[in-house]
Design a protein around this ligand. Structure first.
Ligand code: AMP
Ligand code: MG
Length: 404
């Protein structure tokens, strides 16, 4: 059966429909939970801040009756103390974070007041609530601060700490097996290369991205272009991992055995993508385990991994879906002779007075991996589109694609 070429969006959605999130949950201390996906929503048990308090070092007063007055300083309230009520027509010396005394509703910054002999002279205009942090102004008790499926970042861990949480219930790390197919591939470190050989670079790129996303990796290394060996590793990998990623051998050549072995062991769901670089790509199922086969060319593998495999892996991990985030930039190049496929050009981004400028990396070959390392973004060019100089184009910032 001839399978259609899918657009990036169709492929992303088709994969997401197929993604069954893992169910197993673990409890992790906050410091271990960075990059983990919350298994349950988090409701705050407390107001943050817990009590109304001073936002500055200064003097707590009742605003309505104190403007321009010289008032006796009746109390001194450092942070962490329990103040008594403010005596009428007096001021209390107060410090940042200290609870506001009953009866006070404003804090005058110490630089704006003149203190002498146990009294303080206040500015002529005061307003209720100035330099006061209201109880619950950050978080209300009972409020949902994160939903299930949220991937925790450092700042989120800080927010969890602020409501008194010390451990969280998260999805266990997704286990992903990675293998590279190709008779010509050699592990880095082995020398010298024989004629026609090359070092496998996809393996370390993909494994590193998976680690960066907090996933567990199983490294199956290089597998030769041999259907029997490929089938053996595919079934081992699909037994031990939640998802299998392969690169190479998924095109139409006689040495490309990946699709036939997916069909042999399970089901092939789709094959070709309508993008450049990265046309050959397959999704299959071996038993309950999805297998995603990416092109061998390093640029293609990288682009397809980020644009198509990543949202799928995130969905398997239980992460909520995020749309691609495009940034407009002005093209500092022309592109003639449109392609039938959606293109992802590697571009360097710089800041100009009118906004971001995108300069085309000079070598766009799908084997030129330097283009990925020396670029900042992928410029998305829809099928059958030419680009003129200064035209506004949509780019996907690589750092954001990788880390979001
Ligand atoms: P294939 O998809 O197997 O036809 O491979 C396409 C191109 O990518 C060939 O030039 C391969 O040598 C190269 N290639 C395949 N796998 C890798 C890999 N793991 N690392 C670097 N290059 C690779
Ligand atoms: Mg090959």
């Amino acid at each position: 059966m001839r399978l259609p070429r899918l657009s990036i969006n169709d492929a992303r959605h088709l994969l997401l429909e197929r993604a069954i999130p893992i169910k197993e949950v673990k409890t992790k201390d906050l410091l271990e939970a960075n990059n983990c996906v919350l298994a349950k929503k988090i409701i705050s048990p407390i107001d943050v801040p817990l009590v109304t308090n001073s936002g500055m070092d200064g003097y707590a007063v009742e605003a309505r009756v104190s403007a321009g007055k010289t008032l006796e300083i009746s109390d001194r309230i450092p942070a962490g103390t329990l103040p008594s009520s403010l005596k009428k027509h007096t001021a209390a010396r107060i410090f940042t974070g200290a609870p506001l005394p009953q009866g006070a509703d404003a804090v005058i910054v110490q630089e704006d007041a003149i203190e002498a002999e146990g009294s303080v002279t206040l500015p002529k205009t005061l307003s209720i609530g100035q330099n006061v942090r209201q109880a619950g102004e950050d978080i209300r008790a009972g409020e949902e601060i994160f939903s299930a499926g949220h991937r925790l970042r450092a700042q989120d861990l800080g927010l969890l700490a602020s409501i008194g949480t010390s451990s969280v219930s998260v999805k266990r790390a997704l286990k992903v097996a990675v293998l590279s197919t190709g008779d010509e591939l050699v592990e880095p470190g082995l020398r010298p290369l024989k004629f026609g050989q090359l070092y496998s670079s996809n393996q370390v790129t993909l494994l590193s991205l998976l680690k960066h996303w907090g996933m567990d990796i199983v490294d199956f290394g290089i597998v030769p272009d041999d259907p029997i060996k490929i089938a053996k590793v595919f079934s081992q990998a699909s037994d031990v991992a939640d998802c299998v990623i392969t690169t190479g051998g998924v095109s139409v050549g006689e040495e490309d055995h990946v699709r036939s072995q997916i069909r042999n062991l399970g089901e092939l769901i789709f094959w070709k993508l309508n993008i450049k670089p990265g046309k050959p790509m397959a999704l299959g199922m071996i038993g309950p385990t999805p297998i995603l086969s990416l092109p061998g060319n390093p640029v293609s593998a990288f682009v397809v991994f980020l644009l198509v495999a990543k949202p799928f892996l995130y969905a398997l991990q239980g992460d909520s879906y995020k749309e691609l985030m495009y940034t407009p930039a002005s093209a500092k190049f022309t592109l003639e002779g449109s392609s039938d496929r959606q293109q992802y050009l590697r571009v360097r981004i710089s800041q100009s007075i009118t906004g971001l400028a995108a300069e085309l990396y000079p070598h766009q070959g799908s084997g030129v991996f330097t283009s990925v390392c020396k670029s900042d973004a992928l410029a998305e060019v829809p099928p059958k589109t030419e680009i003129t100089n200064s035209q506004s184009i949509n780019v996907l910032m690589l750092d954001h694609l990788i880390s979001s």
